[in-house]
Design a protein around this ligand. Structure first.
Ligand SMILES: *[C@@H]1O[C@H](CO)[C@@H](O)[C@H](O)[C@H]1NC(C)=O
Ligand SMILES: *[C@@H]1O[C@H](CO)[C@@H](O)[C@H](O)[C@H]1NC(C)=O
Ligand SMILES: *[C@@H]1O[C@H](CO)[C@@H](O)[C@H](O)[C@H]1NC(C)=O
Ligand SMILES: *[C@@H]1O[C@H](CO)[C@@H](O)[C@H](O)[C@H]1NC(C)=O
Ligand SMILES: *[C@@H]1O[C@H](CO)[C@@H](O)[C@H](O)[C@H]1NC(C)=O
Ligand SMILES: *[C@@H]1O[C@H](CO)[C@@H](O)[C@H](O)[C@H]1NC(C)=O
Ligand SMILES: *[C@@H]1O[C@H](CO)[C@@H](O)[C@H](O)[C@H]1NC(C)=O
Ligand SMILES: *[C@@H]1O[C@H](CO)[C@@H](O)[C@H](O)[C@H]1NC(C)=O
Ligand SMILES: *[C@@H]1O[C@H](CO)[C@@H](O)[C@H](O)[C@H]1NC(C)=O
Ligand SMILES: *[C@@H]1O[C@H](CO)[C@@H](O)[C@H](O)[C@H]1NC(C)=O
Ligand SMILES: *[C@@H]1O[C@H](CO)[C@@H](O)[C@H](O)[C@H]1NC(C)=O
Ligand SMILES: CC(=O)N[C@H]1CO[C@H](CO)[C@@H](O)[C@@H]1O
Length: 548
């Protein structure tokens, strides 16, 4: 941690200067733990600070905590130069049309950037490999004016390697740890994106989800997360697991900020054919959906059989109170629904999802990523190559962390054109859809379903449908801590955040964001939950140091 005496000396000296220079400048330094896009843009546009200041402040904050928490795997060596260029552009008036102009963002380390940063999914196998261009979502971020500050650590291979690893660990980035309790399991696989956004190491971050990897770290790290409809955001040059389920989305501190980030990355892309189903003429301005009345007149279903825990689970207790908030905001709660298909799926077809993911990974990893590399120093062109590399390089921590998912895939030998896989897909759509989410939305004319987020993740993953999660509460101070299965993190304990999830049909993000916003504005739970560790550097320290 930064030495606090040093910080306070700088504040002490500089605040005198700032009073002389610009009486209200310090009012324009939003605390970086919570700073919103609106606050950052206001400070940048009014000249209270520059994008270079902002990059310097975030880099200092990362340096303060990264050895303890490991959320960041790489820093963009160009970040400061890009910020300087954007500062110059702002002076020439070009910033107005770019919604994220000069604002630093982190991206998960499976989303490729065509610059000096590596894209490795946390493995040494891909270190030094080069992509032909930016991933589509990163190209869009740059077009919107964002600064790619660095790469966020993740559960290695987005958690598609081992049956016995830990959330947030990768060979390349080390073990990510959550900021709300000593040794907190950060959840995964977008672990670094979650921890970094939660304590203000950037404005916001991108994660990816196949089954829970945005929503779970978002709820665990006291954040808003949007898991978009599969096909709303392009997967081009993002290291895949499954074309059926992968999607890229924001982890941010407010619904409005997450909405801004979603609009920046959404839209059709000829290089990802799932985006050809994009139904809108233009990319929606999702921030416009943030409406205090977003819950008014909405019909929200509660599929009780998905809550597979009892009433003493604090997230369930908080959810019961939240239902009253939703009612008071004008929503109609259609309670005691069932998704019978999810019980059948869990009981009779427990391996259906993994059969599809396995077949997809085998086909998609080489075709949609490895074969596109323009430089591939370790000659990794197939899952077989990757397995061999991982078994021989000691940094990959094998066999302490196994490779059983890959061994299973290669032993099964099903590819994505096998009829068995097609049968699994149709079974999933029938059970999770017709006898689950899509059936209930239709049968009861619902706008969405609502649950403690953890319980809706799987249904939405199977169907490729969207979910927005918002902070709902935290575990009480007297919660006993419990070690995770791998034995290196606290899986439960006091002060661990959880969320409420709004789930709807494909392409219903605007409506879900409206509901999430209306809930967030009425409850403002994020700010009541405090991290036990956070960096101390603020914009004032950076700006004032320069004045001095
Ligand atoms: C990317 O990896 C190479 C090693 O192959 C390393 O030299 C370089 O510093 C890495 N880039 C960044 C931005 O860390
Ligand atoms: C879990 O929390 C306990 C109590 O705060 C702490 O002593 C312990 O070091 C933590 N465990 C890990 C693995 O960090
Ligand atoms: C994309 O291509 C796959 C495989 O050819 C196909 O199954 C899928 O339906 C296509 N998606 C769209 C939205 O066209
Ligand atoms: C918010 O929603 C209400 C009710 O649907 C609508 O009348 C109002 O115009 C909306 N406000 C904004 C700012 O979009
Ligand atoms: C209820 O859930 C809590 C928290 O998950 C757990 O500690 C407790 O053992 C459960 N009780 C029963 C009766 O299942
Ligand atoms: C199978 O995977 C290949 C390689 O990514 C892809 O081109 C093809 O469209 C996929 N087919 C199906 C039916 O998913
Ligand atoms: C990769 O392949 C190239 C060309 O065949 C070869 O020169 C190089 O030694 C290989 N690298 C590794 C690490 O096997
Ligand atoms: C993980 O699995 C491997 C292979 O099954 C085993 O050798 C290793 O001991 C396991 N590690 C842990 C920490 O359980
Ligand atoms: C897929 O598997 C079938 C047999 O299961 C085989 O005939 C076919 O060639 C395989 N296709 C690819 C692209 O590997
Ligand atoms: C799912 O795929 C597996 C192969 O991984 C196959 O054995 C099984 O029959 C399939 N299940 C269904 C419901 O088709
Ligand atoms: C919706 O209605 C259909 C037809 O009555 C029924 O088969 C299905 O189970 C219902 N789905 C849900 C989730 O209620
Ligand atoms: C930017 C940064 O701090 N990267 C670190 C991430 O974690 C690995 C493993 O602990 C370090 O080697 C990197 O320096």
């Amino acid at each position: 941690m930064r030495a606090s005496i040093f910080t306070s000396q700088i504040i002490g000296i500089a605040s005198i200067l700032s009073v002389r220079a610009k009486p209200d400048a310090s009012d324009q330094f939003p605390p970086l733990l919570d700073a919103t896009l609106e606050e950052l843009r206001h400070g940048l546009d009014s000249g209270a600070f520059t994008s270079v200041d902002l990059v310097d402040a975030y880099l200092a904050r990362i340096n303060e905590v990264n050895s303890a928490l490991r959320p960041v795997a790489e820093i963009n060596p160009d970040a400061r130069a890009i910020a300087a260029q954007l500062d110059a552009e702002r002076h020439s008036g070009a910033a107005a049309s770019k919604p994220l102009h000069g604002v630093p963002v982190l991206v998960k380390n499976n989303i490729a950037t065509c610059d000096f940063m590596n894209n490795t999914a946390g493995s040494y196998a891909l270190l030094g490999a080069k992509v032909p261009e930016d991933s589509t979502v990163v190209a869009k971020l740059r077009k919107a004016g964002a600064i790619i500050l660095g790469k966020a650590n993740l559960s290695q291979w987005a958690n598609y390697r081992s049956f016995n690893s830990s959330n947030g660990w990768s060979a390349y980035g080390g073990q990510t740890i959550g900021a709300y309790y000593p040794g907190q399991d950060p959840s995964g696989s977008s672990s670094g994106s979650g921890v970094a956004s939660s304590i203000g190491l950037a404005w916001a971050s991108l994660g990816t989800e196949t089954d829970g990897s945005i929503l779970s770290p978002a709820l665990t790290n006291n954040l808003v997360g949007i898991k978009p409809t599969v096909g709303l955001t392009s997967r081009y040059l993002v290291i895949p697991i499954s074309e059926h389920q992968d999607t890229i989305g924001p982890l941010a501190r407010t619904v409005r900020d997450a909405a801004h980030l979603l609009s920046a990355i959404a839209g059709p892309d000829p290089r990802d054919n799932y985006t050809s189903a994009f139904p809108f003429r233009n990319v929606p301005d999702y921030a416009k959906a943030c409406n205090q009345s977003g819950l008014k007149g909405r019909r929200l279903g509660v599929p009780r059989n998905l809550i597979t825990t009892n009433g003493s689970d604090p997230s369930v207790a908080a959810f019961e109170s939240a239902l009253n908030v939703l009612r008071e905001a004008g929503a109609e709660i259609v309670d005691n629904l069932q998704f019978p298909g999810m019980d059948i799926l869990n009981k009779d077809f427990p391996n259906a999802e993994m059969a599809v993911l396995d077949a997809d990974f085998l086909a998609n990893l080489p075709d949609k990523y490895l074969s596109l590399l323009v430089s591939n120093p370790n000659n990794i062109t197939s899952l077989k190559d990757l397995l061999a590399f991982t078994h021989t390089d000691p940094k990959e921590d094998f066999p302490h962390r196994d490779t059983r998912i890959w061994e299973q895939i290669l032993a099964e030998g099903f590819n994505n054109t096998s009829s068995e896989i097609w049968n699994n897909e149709t079974t999933i759509i029938h059970l999770a859809g017709h006898l689950g989410l899509t059936g209930a939305l239709k049968n009861y004319t619902l706008d969405a379903v609502v649950l403690p987020t953890a319980f809706i993740i799987n249904t939405a993953a199977l169907l490729g449908t969207p979910v927005v999660t918002v902070p709902l509460g935290r575990t009480p101070d007297n919660t006993p801590f419990e070690i995770n299965e791998f034995g290196n993190l606290n899986a439960t304990g006091p002060n661990m955040p959880f969320g409420i999830g709004f789930a709807g049909d494909k392409w219903s993000e605007e409506s879900l964001i409206g509901m999430a916003f209306a809930f967030e504005q009425r409850t403002q739970i994020r700010k009541t939950i405090k991290p036990f560790i956070q960096p101390q550097t603020e914009l004032g320290n950076i700006v004032h140091r320069k004045l001095y």
